[in-house]
Design a protein around this ligand. Structure first.
Ligand SMILES: Nc1ncnc2c1ncn2[C@@H]1O[C@H](COP(=O)(O)OP(=O)(O)OP(=O)(O)O)[C@@H](O)[C@H]1O
Ligand SMILES: [Mg+2]
Length: 1233
């Protein structure tokens, strides 16, 4: 009873007769279920559980050599191949037999590296490989000086031919000569494949013949030559192909590859035009390039010494075959007999031309047949069906013989018969690539031959294996009774060995002219129906019989057996060949033409048959039947093989679809049964199937050893093994050899069960100890950890308390010290105060005394001076009259002030005319307001500025100036001049200009302005009056003209301020922003955003700002502007030519900082010149010029401008201001010093 555990592997019934491997898995619900190798789930019930068997450990993962499988049965083998195939491992050993599963994909295991890897290695040292077998062949041949052979078998498509080629290539490589002969041997394959291979439904490149390659080596191991033997080419394929199948490759290659010229000579078209090439409805083969193959084939022919002419002759015969195939017969009646005639067509004439025969003779031999009566020869017309059969037979004969001719030709190139020298030793390796056992729906004569061959090979194989087994026992000194194994000798006897065997009876019947398939069947029946090998037809109408082959029963259809076996060509056709002048054709038929089959025209016979059909015919002239020929060559082959040491490669086809990674278990088990692998197993089972080397055994079952009985340290491994067996298996039938222990199947099971039990016991013990150890360790660790924690915690607490105490002491100390210090300080302070009071008193008294003395002195001197002055006046008064005194006063006044320079101004004149005592004049302010002020004749500008400033209540008059605006100029008035003089000077000058321009004398209009001229000490918010009347109105236009460099955020918030001023704080006007943008935003920046965006942003800024009065808003504007370096500047746009690095138009800004040159486009500062650096400047009516820095090497700035006078004046004013200031500062400093 199997104990199921998760992960255990078991065998479970699969329904195809062979159990399948399965693994025990736990379902999601926690129940056990089985998942088999194909992924199918199986429920586990009581019944199933009873049928389950535990898988041997070797079957779980698979093994390289299946002999080592514990489950040495069909399922074990199958699963081993299956799991390896799944892993892409196609080769597996069964002892020295290589099982090769067709991968149906190109694997990277055939490289030169692999060849080197496997060269000179013992079998089994490396993973199984076809190269290992080839190497072993080669090595054994050289070591034992015995011929070797390698029998490669398997179903169609299993990979026999590919394996054969691989072995051949490996041998060529290890022979290592790189010789011409090696090349020739390798290149023989493409030629043979072109003629002998075809696409079938099983295999795109199916070999339709068997072959044996005998490769001979010199004693030094170099390939010397080779010989190809061919068996039983499937000739019927030339005339007939099943659906989806093709004729032999050569036809398609030829039609693809020949030049148009050659094809024209042979009157060839393409494959679809030929009856013989299209019966399978398939002219191309996927994955095969006929054109490329043709080129390959042609070069192979050259290597194998086929001349151009040879090929041309071959092509002629092949073309003739195709043309013959396209001929048609028409049934007719002549002389009251069914007859036929050939329908006229070019194909017929071309065929006769190519065969180089007389067309009439060809026609005759195809539509009638000669007979030999006792006296004379007569001819009988053939029906169209018979004629067709005759033609096909002719074609098959031509092709079959051509194939043999080609093989002979190849052999003549690569095979050298051994010299007569007796000392000459030649070793060989033979490779047999032969059709495997066949069992189709309809099996015919060919299948019988093939299966017969396979019976022979099976016998050979079984004997060999049996022998190996015997050898193994002998090697190990095992005494044993003879093992029984399933022998197929009886089948072979019935088929070919016994007197009156089946093949012999078929042959015999073939030689009777009156023999038919039915008479043949009767004869076989009467001789063999007693045994169990021959299975007679079920009834009288049944024409099939069965044979019990080693691989199963095969039913054969007896119809057509004799015809096929005779393989005869009508004498008329042989006669025709004889008349041909085609050399190749005659050479191919040379056997027939020389063996006397050829009938002299006077005595034509249908066939040579012995007069008396003796069972053991001795007639030398007797032509061999097909089976006769085949047996002959097979006998020769068996003889060769028996003389060799054999290797077996069993090719397995994993599926019928030529697909990689697909493993059809049913198909594979069938092949395993055919391949004789089971035979090996049976033989082994009969003996001692389970064998371990002592070391292996000990390794696995050491646990069962009772050390009290047998101590492994003192005893040998063998003794220990025996001790285990004695203990567990008691007196059972097990044996120990020299190196191995031999067991029966059930011994293995017993050992396994005991081992499991023992292991469980030991496992429990180990678990117990381990758990104890684990928990104790854990406990000790925890205990140690607790100690560590305690230690650290106590330490921590102690330190904490200590710190608190320490802190307390520190504080106590501090207090005490502070008290002491304070006490000392108080004492000192009192002392110092007393000292100070005394000292100050002393100093004060001393100073007072000193001052008092000075005052007294000053008083004395002043009083003296006054007294002297009074005395002096009194003296003069005594001499001068009163009038003289008045004159003198007038002169003095005149001298003190300088007089007016110009005649009175019109305004003054007007005032005198109107008898007005006072003159008033209107003065304008930048905020568009105006006011009148009294101006006397003697009022100077300076006085007027003072008057206006105080009237306006400005904090200071500094920096303000009077301007006069005429139609073309604005002039600043010099503060030292008389107001009316300046006015008259300007009006006179303007008049002069005007008269010259306009030729008339008019009153000149002018306006007097009061504005800030010099911007220094201007701090917004400090002098509100000045901010509102002057600063705001003067700065705003500069801002709007875009003279400043302003960030976008500033523009937006300033925009909002300006809006506030314009709209008198009224949010209702916000929607008007786009219309008033020009008054809110620097005009050069209007396009930086769309009007709507400006609006959106300004509105947002407006809403963010706190509410303020108009004045506050203006101040806020000024505060924003005054942050910029260009605040308070006067700007002049001028054209410059002095510096090529500057743009043509530059902006000059003048402020208290000095003169700055600005790029008007980017607003970048180009240059700044503080006033103290400006050495010189001057202006004219169209220019302004300035020298900066050192005069010798100073920069010159020359600008074209009409405002030169203004720049000049402003510069002068600023410079004067600085000069005055410096002067004032100096005197101030002097005074203080
Ligand atoms: N070792 C291999 N590696 C890759 N592909 C292989 C291998 N062996 C066989 N094949 C593939 O299988 C196909 C059939 O192989 P092959 O012609 O050797 O079969 P076969 O046993 O000779 O069949 P037939 O009896 O019909 O001649 C090859 O054409 C190839 O595609
Ligand atoms: Mg093949």
């Amino acid at each position: 009873m199997v104990v199921l555990r998760e992960g255990a592997s078991v065998w479970v019934d699969s329904g195809i007769g062979v159990p399948i491997g399965a693994e025990v898995k736990l379902t999601d619900k926690g129940q056990l279920q089985l998942i088999d190798d194909e992924g199918k789930e199986h429920k586990i019930n009581k019944k199933k559980e009873a049928s389950l068997r535990l898988m041997h450990p070797t079957s779980v993962k698979g093994v390289d050599d299946m002999i080592r499988l514990g489950d040495l049965n069909e399922e074990g083998l199958l699963r081993n191949l299956f799991i390896r195939h799944k892993d892409g491992i196609i080769y597996t050993y069964t002892g020295s037999i290589l099982v090769s599963v067709n991968p149906y994909q190109v694997l990277p295991i055939y490289t030169t590296e692999q060849v080197h890897l496997y060269t000179d290695q013992r079998l089994g040292e490396l993973p199984p490989h076809v190269f290992a077998i080839a190497d072993s062949c080669f090595f054994n041949m050289r070591r034992s000086r015995k011929d070797q052979c390698c029998v490669i078998s398997g179903e169609s498509g299993a990979g026999k031919t590919e394996s054969t080629k691989l072995v051949l290539q490996f041998l060529a490589a290890v022979s290592g000569q790189h010789s011409w002969i090696e090349q020739q041997i390798l290149e023989a394959n493409p030629i043979l494949e072109a003629f002998g291979n075809a696409k079938t439904i099983r295999n795109d490149n199916s070999s339709r013949f068997g072959k044996y390659i005998d490769i001979s080596f010199t004693t030094s191991g170099a390939i010397e030559g080779a010989r190809f033997e061919q068996y039983l080419l499937e000739k019927s394929r030339v005339c007939r192909q099943a659906a989806e199948e093709r004729n032999y490759h050569i036809f398609y290659c030829m039609l693809m590859g020949m030049t148009a010229e050659q094809k024209k000579i042979l009157s060839l078209g393409n494959a679809s035009q030929y009856h013989y090439l299209t019966m399978g409805n398939c002219t191309s083969c996927e994955g095969r390039d006929d054109l490329k193959e043709y080129a390959h084939f042609r070069s192979a022919m050259k290597i194998l010494m086929f001349s151009e002419n040879d090929w041309w002759e071959i092509s002629k015969l092949l073309a003739a075959i195709l043309h013959l195939g396209n001929m048609a017969f028409e049934a007719t009646i002549s002389n009251n007999m069914e007859s036929c005639e050939i329908l006229p067509s070019s194909h017929f004439t071309v065929a006769s031309t190519l065969l180089e025969v007389d067309p009439r003779a060809l026609e005759q031999s195809l539509i009638q047949r000669s007979f030999m009566t006792t006296k004379e020869s007569v001819t009988k017309p053939l029906t169209s069906a018979q004629a067709l059969d005759g033609r096909d037979a002719f074609v098959k004969a031509i092709y079959g013989r051509l194939f043999i001719w080609v093989v002979d030709k190849i052999n003549s190139a690569i095979y050298k018969p051994p010299p007569d020298d007796a000392n000459y030793i030649r070793q060989s390796i033979g490779l047999l690539d032969i059709f495997g056992f066949e069992n189709f729906k309809h099996n015919s004569f060919e299948q019988l031959c093939i299966n017969f061959a396979n019976e022979q090979l099976q016998q050979f194989f079984v004997k060999h294996i049996f022998k190996l087994e015997q050898e193994e026992y002998a090697r190990e000194n095992i005494v044993w009774e003879l093992i029984q194994f399933k022998d197929n000798q009886r089948t072979l006897d019935v088929l070919a060995n016994k007197p009156l065997n089946i093949l012999c009876l078929i042959d015999e019947e073939s030689h009777f002219p009156k023999g038919t398939d039915t008479t043949m069947l009767l004869k076989i029946g009467s001789n063999h129906d007693k045994g169990d090998v021959y299975l007679p037809p079920k009834n009288n109408h049944d024409t099939t019989f069965g044979i019990q082959h080693f691989a199963g029963v095969v039913h054969y259809e007896s119809k057509g057996f004799l015809e096929k076996n005779r393989d005869a060509l009508s004498a008329d056709l042989i006669q025709l060949v004889d008349t041909s002048s085609n050399k190749l054709l005659k050479q191919a038929f040379k056997n027939e033409l020389t063996s006397g089959t050829i009938i002299n025209t006077t005595n034509p016979k249908l066939m040579i048959t012995p007069k008396n059909s003796l069972r053991q015919a001795t007639d030398k002239k007797r032509v061999l039947t097909l089976s006769g020929q085949f047996r002959q060559s097979l006998d020769a082959l068996m003889k060769t093989l028996t003389a060799c040491q054999p290797y077996f490669i069993r090719c397995i086809k994993p599926n019928d679809f030529k697909k990689p990674m697909l493993f059809d278990r049913e198909l594979c088990i069938r092949q395993l049964r055919y391949s004789g692998m089971m035979e090996t197993i049976r033989i082994r089972k009969a003996g001692y199937p389970i064998r371990y080397t002592f070391e292996e055994f000990m390794e696995r079952y050491r646990v069962l050893l009772q050390t009290s009985v047998c101590e492994p340290r003192t005893q040998t491994t063998q003794r220990c093994c025996e001790s285990i067996c004695e203990n567990i298996l008691m007196e059972g039938d097990w044996k120990t050899g020299k190196t191995k222990i031999f067991l029966k199947d059930f011994h293995d099971t017993m050992l396994e069960v005991e081992r499991m039990k023992e292991l469980n016991k030991k496992a429990l013990l180990i678990q117990k100890v381990l758990r104890g150890y684990k928990f104790r360790k854990n406990f000790l660790r925890k205990k140690a950890s607790a100690l560590v924690i305690q230690k650290h915690w106590r330490g921590h607490q102690g330190r904490k308390l200590y710190r608190v105490v320490q802190l307390g002491f520190t504080r106590l100390q501090a207090r005490v010290r502070a008290r002491q210090l304070r006490h000392r300080y108080e004492q000192q302070r009192v002392a110092v105060v007393v000292l100070q009071a005394r000292a100050r008193g002393c100093l004060a008294r001393r100073a007072w005394t000193w001052q008092r003395q000075a005052v007294v002195l000053l008083q004395a001197h002043t009083r003296g001076m006054l007294a002297r002055k009074t005395v002096h006046k009194m003296k003069r008064d005594a001499f001068l009259s009163a009038k003289e005194r008045r004159d003198e006063e007038e002169v003095l006044r005149r001298f003190r002030t300088d007089p007016r320079k110009l005649p009175p101004h019109q305004v003054e004149v007007d005032a005198i005319e109107q008898n007005s005592a006072q003159i008033f004049h209107k003065v304008h302010f930048p905020n568009d307001t105006e006011e009148v002020f009294e101006v006397a004749t003697g009022t100077r500008i300076r006085d007027l500025v003072q008057t206006i400033s105080s009237k306006l209540m400005l904090a200071s008059a500094d920096g303000f100036s009077i301007f006069v605006k005429t139609p073309d100029k604005v002039l600043s008035l010099n503060e030292a001049d008389y107001f009316f003089d300046s006015l008259r000077q300007i009006t006179d000058w303007s008049k002069k200009v005007k008269t010259t321009r306009e030729g008339g004398l008019n009153n000149i209009s002018y306006m007097v302005f009061f504005m800030r001229k010099l911007w220094f000490n201007v701090i917004p918010g400090r002098d509100l009056q000045a901010d509102l009347i002057f600063h705001y109105p003067q700065e705003l236009p500069k801002y709007l003209r875009g003279y400043h460099q302003v960030s976008r955020a500033d523009m937006i918030s300033i925009g909002a301020l300006l809006f506030r001023v314009k709209a008198s704080n009224d949010p209702a006007q916000l929607p008007m922003i786009p219309k008033m943008l020009k008054e809110l935003v620097p005009n050069d920046q209007l396009k930086a955003m769309s009007a709507d965006e400006w609006k959106k942003n300004i509105v947002a800024a407006f809403n963010k700002q706190a509410g303020m009065s108009e004045g506050e808003t203006m101040v806020a504007f000024l505060k924003a502007v005054c942050r910029w370096p260009t605040f308070g500047c006067a700007f002049f746009e001028v054209k410059q030519t002095s510096d090529p690095n500057f743009p043509d138009i530059v902006r000059i800004a003048i402020s208290k900082q000095g003169v700055t040159l600005i790029n008007p486009k980017t607003k970048d500062i180009l240059a700044s010149h503080p006033f103290n650096r400006i050495a010189n400047w001057c202006s004219g009516s169209t220019y302004f010029h300035m020298t900066v820095g050192n005069l010798v090497q100073g920069n010159k700035v020359l600008c074209e401008t009409s405002l030169g006078y203004k720049i000049d004046d402003l510069l002068t004013s600023y410079v004067n201001m600085y000069v005055n200031e410096t002067r004032a500062m100096k005197s101030r400093n002097r005074r203080y010093n």
